[in-house]
Design a protein around this ligand. Sequence first.
Ligand code: OAD
Ligand code: ZN
Length: 319
Amino acid sequence: MDKLGLFFKSLSVREERHEVQKLLSEVSIDGLVKYMRSELCRRVIVMVGAGMSTSAGIPDFRSPGSGIYANLKQYNLPFPEAMFEIGYFRQRPEPFFHLARELLPTEVKPTRSHFFLKLLSQKGKLRRVYTQNIDCLERVAGIPDEEIVEAHGSFYRSHCLSSACRKEYSLDWIKSKIMAGDESAPKVPKCDECGSTVKPDIVFFGERLPDRFFRLTEQDFPDCDLLIVIGTSLCVQPFASLLELVPQHVPRLAINLTPFKQPSKLEALLGMPGSGFDFESESNFRDIFMQGRCDDMCDDLAARLGWKEELDQLMKDHK
Ligand code: OAD
Ligand code: ZN
């Protein structure tokens, strides 16, 4: 591009920024709520992580003390993430199936935050929930299947690991196998056709995310009006980078108990990004952070939106 072209391009970027400031009347929760109530905000994408389900009794991964990775000493893993690494699993599936007894969606109930998303869906404002969670609580809360992308898979289906077989198994089947072993000697589910290990369709490190994830991210993110991120440390790729895919002018709300990781001095020097949000800078025109428990924050949002009674009712009606 020649100099004149660049000059006009920079003018148009400024123009775009000018428009941006009009989307949120102010960069605050009030400004955001006003925007959410308006007709301009129709297609909301929500990105979800383990923090969304901790109040349902499911631990997250990285919270110091309570997170799964802080409580794996008994398994003698070479490093905590080995628990969910496909190479390690093929060699030694026992630790995963032991832990799976705790991770299985059983009597767990969706949280207030899940029902807030259900309400967004009922209001016709939910474009899609992209969840990293494998607890299926979005489905249980009643969000329609087509509005959910289980980016890291779920226990919903399982497959035989043998590439020659790949027999599919149901949630009930894998549940009964996982719960059959006694606590100290977990059973590894074996394929009844070929005898290979059967693995739930959870995406392990080293495995590709589902095709549906790639297909729908391409379709959804360039064309949304608001991004909400709830209860995730944004440590795992490619999920974490999704927040960069919404257009420059689209407001982004993050709800999390703890602040996001900032790059160290060295990382910043090497040009490595932090969370990708820009809450602090003076030029921020679209990123808002609500720090706290997501159930409280969703409750606060619902109240400000005038949706509190409906949210209470949804929770009451849920069997
Ligand atoms: P993490 O454990 O990394 O992050 C959870 C985040 O939620 C943390 O920042 C917590 O501070 C926050 N949090 C906890 N309780 C909360 C609450 N009640 N309200 C709001 N925030 C809360 O979990 P993820 O980001 O989901 O992948 O982890 C991403 C992926 O890493 C997982 O899907 C899993 C894991 O390894 C695989 O296993 C492939
Ligand atoms: Zn098989």
